[in-house]
Design a protein around this ligand. Structure first.
Ligand code: SAM
Ligand code: SF4
Length: 326
């Protein structure tokens, strides 16, 4: 069992498959020239399977594939196939571009849910945010997932002055689609030029929504990071992820494996433990995992203020989001 010094049991592992991506979202990737990790330094199919099995033996019951963009890896179908054989709930977060290419493999893997990131419903704005022209494909692929009965959620990072005027358009999507729209507060990472006044808070989001729709809170599980709400006569629902204004560290059950095989016990942790080098050298990985979990800080990697308006990003020591795996 992977228990930290605050008694939190970790049963949810997020595995980043790559730091490469076919989009360039400004809030995720550093603006300066970025060199993607060469393939040989990434965990290979067998290594991912081996590490995942080790974690499952330690009580991991849920795995989410993420990145970078997990589906840009040519061997993503092989990785998905291997992990789908393990006794875990399999989930994925993707930008949605390659869903149509890999649909049969995704259907066969029996994903419990797939989250697609989409921050705007306007194609010109999609280009401004992602610096690529894939809006129509992503939008069509969301419909494709729904047509195939795959539980689908949309992640929208809400940023003041960027897309906060589209919140109600996203809520409207839940009227006839069995979809969850997850409104995410903008978070600071290395190189993403975050400032606190760009954060559109969950209170702001709910305030906008309540002008038009009454909402009913849906009871949350002990580890849920999202507060979900139903809306009368809507088949879908909405959820809010309030990392900046109301962090949910007390119930945290998640750990992260970066694409180059480093274990991070928190999205905001400074430290990380290199599992891949030890695995390749034939060393013992389990004691490293246990030590990493024991060193987990109580809140926000021990380096973010709980009052987000006082965060000074100059003092933030972390990777960029694309290299952590969101
Ligand atoms: N490429 C995939 C995608 O975009 O869904 C998976 C990786 S992405 C890093 C995972 C999630 O992190 C996405 O939903 C993205 O919107 C979110 N994300 C990235 N940077 C963020 C930030 N600065 N604040 C909040 N969420 C962020
Ligand atoms: Fe790529 Fe996802 Fe980051 Fe956008 S949010 S740059 S799609 S990894």
């Amino acid at each position: 069992m992977l228990k930290d010094t605050f008694g939190r049991i970790h049963n949810y592992l997020r595995i980043s498959l790559t730091d490469n991506c076919n989009l360039r979202c400004f809030y995720c990737m550093p603006e300066e020239e970025y060199n993607f990790t060469p393939h040989g330094q990434l965990m290979q199919v067998d290594e991912i399977e081996l590490l995942a099995k080790l974690f499952v033996d330690q009580g991991i019951s849920k795995i989410r594939l993420t990145g970078g963009e997990p589906l840009v890896r040519k061997d993503a179908p092989a990785i998905i196939e291997r992990l789908s054989q393990l006794p875990v709930e399999l989930h994925m977060t993707s930008n949605g571009i390659r869903i149509d290419d890999m649909l049969p493999q995704l259907v066969a893997a029996n994903f419990k849910s797939i989250n697609i990131s989409l921050d705007t419903l306007r194609s010109e704005r999609f280009f401004q945010i992602t610096r690529r022209d894939y809006f129509d494909r992503v939008r069509a692929n969301i419909d494709l997932l729904l047509q195939h009965g795959i539980c689908t959620k949309i992640n929208m990072v809400v940023m003041k002055g960027v897309n906060d005027d589209e919140i109600l358009d996203f809520v409207a999507l839940t009227k006839n689609n069995p979809i969850e729209i997850r409104f995410i507060e903008f978070m600071p990472f290395s190189g993403n030029k975050w400032t606190s006044n760009q954060v559109y808070t969950q209170a702001d989001i709910l305030h906008q929504i309540h002008k038009v729709y009454p909402t009913d809170p849906i009871p949350a599980g002990p580890h849920d990071t999202a507060r979900a709400f139903a809306i009368a006569d809507h088949v879908g629902r909405i959820a809010l992820i309030s990392t900046m204004t109301a962090p949910f560290c007390a119930g945290c059950n998640r750990i992260r494996l970066t694409a180059d095989g480093k274990l991070k016990n928190c999205l905001f942790s400074q430290g990380e433990t290199d599992l891949l080098t030890t695995l390749r050298a034939g060393g013992e990985v389990l004691p490293l995992i246990q030590e990493n979990i024991r060193s987990k800080s109580k809140e926000l990697g021990g380096q973010l203020m709980t009052n987000f308006e006082q965060i000074d990003t100059d003092f933030l020591k972390n990777r960029s989001m694309i290299t952590i795996g969101g």
